[in-house]
Write a protein that binds this ligand. Structure first.
Ligand SMILES: NC(=O)c1ccc[n+]([C@@H]2O[C@H](COP(=O)([O-])OP(=O)(O)OC[C@H]3O[C@@H](n4cnc5c(N)ncnc54)[C@H](O)[C@@H]3O)[C@@H](O)[C@H]2O)c1
Ligand SMILES: NC(=O)c1ccc[n+]([C@@H]2O[C@H](COP(=O)([O-])OP(=O)(O)OC[C@H]3O[C@@H](n4cnc5c(N)ncnc54)[C@H](O)[C@@H]3O)[C@@H](O)[C@H]2O)c1
Lengths: 205, 205
């Protein structure tokens, strides 16, 4: 099995070639993939060889073949249903984000505690009352959840999601949140992205 | 020099120990850091040894010493000024995000094109007219910019930032954007975070 950072790199290569807008019969080099994702060309070659994809010397990797390989790994051949909890500023931006749809993620329901929001729809997705989440989820086939509520409600919301059978959570609320061993939670902290940039800035000064 | 993915790992260790809420005299093991960041304990040890930090056998790393080491790398001893362009749903969520302040990032100004927003303030930060950005920036000491405008305006906004002297850009708008060689642009695509999670879900089924 490949490490989670290996998966992250493959997801970056996948995104880069799907945004590239070149023909399937065109080629992309390991150097180009390395430059686009901030890794080394040797790491790119190692990752792709692990999955059986061998570049052609002097030419690189055929884009069509890479797409088939990467689609297989990330199982993009079917749509994945996600729910979102907390429809504030961040939640609204995520519901409107085209990048989810284009990557076959389908937001099928949203939940909030604010009576002014419950019952409304955003981008065609209905906002339900968090109090009814467990029963609402039994009728839906949701596989993953995005949590964008304030830090003060995050643990309680995550506990509800886990008891409703959600096993994958993308969490934006700050702080250390507890989940059982069998649940995958991934905490996004955008200030880390700024740290990386800042380090690069410092190095060029 | 360490690779950008190495920097990313260090930023993750740094965030984990600052959220941990333990005393500086406590210890953290390489296994714990590995579990929290999705890498291997061997990779954690390799990263920290590279920077001269040696754990104590059986005990791990002293948290106080690790904090000093990581603060030095990410230069947290001074506040870094950032600007934000595009104060829509995502921009507002980023302006309100406590995580930036706690990591010594200070949003000093915002820019937008919408006359209904220009002149207002969010969390004490004034929204300026993008048309005056170059002159407004000459009075400010901004080092980095966050771009959260629609894809259709992103390239034009990034060109303006580069000509105003900004060398580090955290971009959320989708698509392939061009910057000169000396500018560091980092594109955030949250659907990649979902890809990683989905792969983990698939593997446990
Ligand atoms: N990780 C990052 O990089 C990052 C960036 C920006 C914001 N954030 C975080 O994302 C979260 C949301 O930020 P925002 O700016 O959208 O906040 P917001 O206040 O605009 O929105 C929060 C929403 O959650 C709802 N809510 C509150 N308690 C709830 C509960 N128990 N159940 C269901 N819904 C509930 C509110 O009604 C509101 O609609 C915050 O925790 C913030 O710190 C993180
Ligand atoms: N990368 C990700 O994971 C992710 C997630 C969510 C949203 N997004 C992206 O972030 C961007 C913002 O999303 P949103 O939901 O906040 O959109 P929004 O429409 O709510 O906000 C866009 C803001 O940009 C302003 N704007 C438009 N053109 C401008 C220009 N030329 N100069 C300055 N300001 C300008 C608008 O007035 C508005 O305030 C979009 O490109 C969206 O695709 C990315």
């Amino acid at each position: 099995k490949i490490s989670t950072s290996g998966i992250y790199r493959l997801a970056l290569y996948n995104r880069y070639i799907s945004d590239l807008g070149k023909d399937d019969s065109d080629y992309v080099s390991s150097q180009e993939l390395a430059r686009a994702t901030g890794h080394t060309a040797a790491q790119v070659r190692k990752d792709l060889t692990y999955y059986g994809s061998l570049g052609e010397p002097g030419k690189g990797y055929e884009i069509g073949k890479l797409k088939t390989l990467l689609t297989g790994i990330f199982n993009k051949d079917r749509i994945r249903n996600i729910i979102i909890v907390g429809v504030g500023n961040l939640g609204m931006a995520l519901m409107a984000y085209e990048g989810f749809k284009s990557q076959q993620f389908n937001i099928i329901a949203a939940f909030d505690i604010d009576v002014m929001k419950i019952g409304k729809s955003i981008e065609g997705v209905k906002i339900h009352d968090i109090a009814n989440m467990e029963t609402t989820l039994t009728d839906l086939n949701a596989e993953m959840a995005i949590v964008s509520v304030p830090a003060s409600s995050a643990q309680e919301v995550i506990d509800k999601l886990v008891s409703a059978g959600i096993k994958c959570i993308l969490n934006f609320a700050p702080g250390h949140l507890n989940v059982p061993e069998y649940v995958n939670i991934h905490n996004v902290d955008l200030s880390i992205e700024l740290d990386r940039l800042y380090y690069l800035l410092k190095n060029v000064e």
